[in-house]
Design a protein around this ligand. Structure first.
Ligand code: ZN
Length: 165
């Protein structure tokens, strides 16, 4: 989970099956995003069912969307701090600072490129999942004293869940 994932070269039956399995896993555990390295595949794929966040801060879900070989660009200068959790680090939530807006370009399962301008929780969700493709966990984005405060909890989680690092 700490390694950099490889780009997908072609949409094969194997890739389609992997995406279907990832979607099923995400829905079964009631997650809102899942990256291929989290299921042991070092490929640049994640799935997400976050559609958008409305003005009241409510997160609306859509049918799962597959992002293949995603590229994030145009991060806003405005940064926001919000609570995040991760299926790979159970029961730990912490505030992470990230850009409010980004643009993501990715390929779908038909091989078509699409571009989305994302803000709010959708942007956060995409950045969190994209981090997994680079071997980065949200706790890595917490620095200094707040990170030190998390260490005992992280040790407990590593012991209980054999989190690979
Ligand atoms: Zn995660």
């Amino acid at each position: 989970m700490r390694q950099k994932a490889e780009p997908v070269e072609a949409i094969t039956d194997e890739i389609r099956q992997l995406c279907a399995d990832m979607i099923e896993t995400m829905l079964t555990i009631k997650g809102i995003g899942l990256a291929a390295p989290q299921v042991g595949k070092l490929l640049r794929i994640f799935v997400s069912n976050v559609d958008y966040e409305d003005e009241e801060g409510e997160i609306h879900l859509s049918d799962p969307i597959v992002y293949i070989n995603p590229i994030i660009s145009s991060p806003s200068e405005e940064l926001v701090k919000r609570s995040e959790g991760c299926l790979s680090i159970p029961k730990l939530y912490a505030y992470v600072e990230r850009p409010e807006k980004i643009t993501v370009e990715a390929m779908d399962l038909e091989g078509n490129l699409f571009t989305k301008e994302c803000s709010g929780y959708l942007a956060r969700n995409i950045m969190h999942e994209n981090d997994h493709l680079n071997g980065v966990l949200f706790i890595d984005r917490i620095k200094g004293k707040r990170r030190t405060l998390l260490e005992p909890e992280l040790r407990r989680i590593k012991q209980n869940y054999f989190l690979k690092s």
